[in-house]
Design a protein around this ligand. Structure first.
Ligand SMILES: [Zn+2]
Length: 68
């Protein structure tokens, strides 16, 4: 699974492509998302984004993707 990170707010999402037209957190266009590796994510960043991701996905009625 590929990881994509918003170049503006740091929100991380998993998928073959960015599954949004705009970042669900800050609203930036998906072109701002850059592909990253799991090893690029620091521990604090990972925890922060895991929480953020869960909140956002749950609010949108989406399933929580597997951990990385
Ligand atoms: Zn963002």
């Amino acid at each position: 699974m590929m990881l994509w990170k918003c170049g503006h707010c740091g929100f991380i999402v998993e998928g073959k492509t960015v599954p949004f037209e705009n970042c669900p957190v800050c609203g930036y266009a998906k072109a701002q998302f850059k592909q990253i590796q799991p090893s690029d994510i620091g521990t604090l960043d990972k925890v922060k984004n895991k929480t953020m991701r869960f909140t956002v996905l749950k609010a949108k009625g989406l399933s929580y993707p597997p951990d990385f």
